[in-house]
Design a protein around this ligand. Structure first.
Ligand code: F6P
Length: 541
C-alpha cells in the first residue's frame, strides 16, 4: 500500500466515530442492547472470545473492518502464506506457518515446497528426543541425561522458557530444565551450580550462532563442562547440540553436523518456538505432545487464513486493539493470564509484539503517521490484582486488558479454580461498569470518601476462555497473537518482521567492551565517558 493508512477515508471515518464514542459508557451500551454479551462474542478453534466489554458498537466494528479492507489485509495474508518476501527490509519470506503445516502440505519459497524439510527436522528432533527421554543417549561418562540447559536469548529463549513453564504439567519430571539467556554470568552460574556435568546436555539455540550473549554463555558452558570432565574435548559431542540456521558457525564451535537441528531464514526469531528452537520443549513434553501443539498452531493458521474478518479471532482482536491504540489513546496493552503455568506468557508476548510492531516507518521508509505497537505487559492473575490493577481501575490511563482463563485446572484443589475464575470475571465486570457515586451513597459511604471509592468504569477488556491449558491450546494462543501482530502491522503498513532497532546498542557495546579494562583515553559523550571512568575505578576495587 503506497498511501499511509491515516490518509484513507476509512481512517478518517474512525477518527470521527471516535469523537462520538468517547462520550459513551459501557453501562449505556449494555443497557441499550440486552443481547450485547451474546452478540459480541466469538467461538472458534476452542477459544471463546468475549469482546463485549470493549468501547465499541456495531458501527465501530463496521468501520474497523473497512479499515482492514482499505489496508489490503486479505492480500497481505495471502502474500505471507504464498511465501512472498514480505519481510522487505531483510528480503525474506515470512513462513512460520510452514513450521506447523501437516506432512503433505505444500508451502513454497522460491518455487520449492519447504514442508518436507520441516518434517525432516521434526523427525530428527523426535528421534533425538526419544533417545534422551528414554535414557539411550549417554553422556561422556556413560550416564543418561538428567539436566537440559537451553542457551539462547530473545526468540531463542523466550519461546522455549515460556513453553516449558506453560507445559510443565506434561513434562518428563525426571528431567530438569534450565534456561540461560543473560550475558550476566550470574545467569549461567546459578543455572549450573547444582548440576552434574556428566548428566547435563546443553542446547545452544541461536538462529545466527553469532549472538554475543549466547556465544559467550556457550563458551562458558563448554569450559565448565570440560573442566568438570577432565578436559577431554570428545565430551563436547555428547553434551552439546545446536539449533541454528548457520551450519558453518555451529561447526566452528565444535558441534558435529549430526548434533545440529536446522531451521531457515524465513523463520523470524520471535516466531521460532515451533521450529527446532522448540527442541527443549520437545525434550520436555515428548514428540507426540509437541505435534499436538503444532496442530493447535495450524488450526489458528487455517482460521486466520479463511475465516471472514468479522468472525476471525486474530483479526477482530487486532482491530479492537488498534481502535484502543489509535483512536482512544491507549498506549499499553495488558495480558493477564489467570493460569499460573502461563506466568512467562506476557514476557514472551513482549518480544513478539514489540520487536515486531515497535516501528515508526512504513515498509517504504515513510513515517507511519500514527502510533504503532503498544507496550505489552502483564503478570498472572490474581497476583496482579494486588499490585498494578489499582492503576488499571482508577488511574488516569486507559489500559485495555486481555484476560486469559481456562475452564479446568490442571491441579484441581478444593475451591481454588472457581475462586480464580470468579476473580477474572469480576475484574472484567468492575473495569467495564465501575461503581457510581449513587451506588456508594446508597451503601452509606461517607461523603469525604466518595471520590476515592468511585470507579469510573468504561475500561475495556477481552476475555479469552479455553477448556484447559494443553499443548494444542498453547499453540492456538501463540498463533492467535502472532496473527494479531501481523494484522496490526499490515494495517500500519510496517515491516513486522525486521528488528533494526536492536542493532545500534549491540554495535556500541562492542566498541565500549574493550575500553573498560584499560585506562586509555575514551571519546564518547561526557555522560558515557564519566560512567566508564567511574566503572574503571569500581572494577579495580
Ligand atoms: O534481539 C534481536 C534478535 O535478533 C532477536 O530477534 C532474536 O530472537 C535474538 O536476537 C536472538 O538471535 P539468535 O537466535 O540469532 O541468537
Amino acid at each position: 500500500m503506497s498511501t499511509s493508512i491515516t490518509a484513507t477515508a476509512a481512517w478518517r471515518a474512525l477518527a470521527a466515530h471516535a469523537d462520538a464514542m468517547r462520550g459513551r459508557h459501557l453501562r449505556e451500551l449494555f443497557a441499550a442492547d440486552p443481547q450485547r454479551g451474546e452478540r459480541l462474542r466469538l467461538q472458534a478453534c476452542g477459544i471463546y472470545l468475549d469482546y463485549a466489554k470493549n468501547r465499541i458498537d456495531d458501527q465501530t466494528l463496521r468501520l474497523l473492518l473497512d479499515l482492514a479492507e482499505a489496508a489490503g489485509l486479505r492480500a497481505r495474508i495471502d502474500a505471507m502464506f504464498a511465501g512472498e518476501r514480505i519481510n522487505a527490509t531483510e528480503d525474506r519470506a515470512v513462513l512460520h506457518v510452514a513450521l506447523r503445516a501437516p506432512r503433505g502440505a505444500d508451502i513454497r519459497v522460491d518455487g520449492a515446497n519447504v514442508v518436507p524439510e520441516v518434517h525432516t527436522v521434526l523427525d530428527r528432533m523426535a528421534a533425538f528426543a526419544e533417545r534422551v527421554r528414554s535414557g539411550a543417549w549417554l553422556g561422556h561418562g556413560g550416564r543418561p541425561v538428567r539436566n537440559v540447559v537451553n542457551i539462547g536469548i530473545g526468540g531463542s529463549d523466550l519461546g522455549p522458557v515460556m513453553a516449558y513453564e506453560a507445559l510443565r504439567h506434561y513434562s518428563a519430571r525426571e528431567l530438569r530444565f534450565r534456561f540461560v539467556s543473560n550475558i550476566d554470568a550470574t545467569d549461567f552460574t546459578e543455572a549450573v551450580r547444582d548440576l552434574d556435568a556428566r548428566e547435563t546436555l546443553f542446547i545452544v539455540s541461536s538462529k545466527t550462532f553469532t549472538t554475543l550473549e549466547t556465544m559467550t554463555n556457550a563458551h562458558s558452558a563448554r569450559a565448565w563442562l570440560l573442566q568438570q570432565l577432565g578436559g577431554d574435548e570428545a565430551a563436547v559431542a555428547k553434551h552439546f547440540v545446536a539449533v541454528s540456521t548457520h551450519a558453518a558457525e555451529v561447526a566452528r564451535f565444535g558441534i558435529a553436523a549430526d548434533n545440529m537441528f536446522g531451521f531457515w531464514d524465513w523463520v523470524g526469531g520471535r516466531y521460532s518456538m515451533d521450529s527446532a528452537i522448540g527442541l527443549s520443549t520437545m525434550l520436555a513434553i515428548g514428540p507426540a505432545q509437541f505435534h499436538a501443539m503444532l496442530a493447535g498452531f495450524h488450526e489458528i493458521d487455517q482460521h486466520f487464513r479463511t475465516a471472514p474478518f468479522e468472525r476471525n479471532l486474530p483479526v477482530l482482536m487486532a482491530l479492537i486493539g488498534l481502535w484502543h491504540n489509535n483512536f482512544l489513546g491507549a498506549h499499553t496493552a495488558a495480558v493477564l493470564p489467570y493460569e499460573q503455568y502461563l506466568k512467562r506468557f506476557p514476557a514472551y508476548l513482549q518480544q513478539l509484539t514489540m520487536e515486531s510492531n515497535g516501528k515508526s516507518v512504513r515498509v517504504d521508509g515513510a513515517a507511519v503517521g500514527c502510533d504503532t505497537g503498544p507496550v505489552y505487559w502483564g503478570e498472572p492473575g490474581t497476583n496482579g490484582q494486588h499490585s498494578f490493577y489499582q492503576l488499571i481501575h482508577q488511574g488516569t490511563r486507559l489500559v485495555p486488558c486481555d484476560f486469559i482463563a481456562f475452564g479446568r485446572s490442571l491441579n484441581p484443589l478444593g475451591a481454588h479454580h472457581d475462586l480464580l475464575l470468579a476473580n477474572v470475571f469480576a475484574q472484567g465486570q468492575a473495569l467495564a461498569f465501575g461503581k457510581t457515586e449513587a451506588e456508594l451513597r446508597a451503601e452509606g459511604v461517607p461523603e469525604r470518601l466518595i471520590a476515592h471509592k468511585r470507579f469510573d468504569g468504561n475500561r475495556p477488556s477481552n476475555t479469552l476462555l479455553l477448556e484447559v491449558l494443553d499443548p494444542g491450546n498453547l499453540g492456538r494462543l501463540v498463533a492467535l497473537y502472532e496473527h494479531l501482530v501481523f494484522t496490526q502491522g499490515a494495517v500500519w503498513g510496517i515491516d513486522s518482521f525486521d528488528q533494526w532497532g536492536v542493532e545500534l546498542g549491540k554495535v556500541l557495546a562492542q566498541r565500549i567492551a574493550p575500553e573498560l579494562a584499560g585506562d586509555a583515553p575514551i571519546a564518547h559523550d561526557s555522560s558515557t565517558n564519566a560512567l566508564i571512568a567511574h566503572y574503571r575505578r569500581l572494577r579495580r576495587g
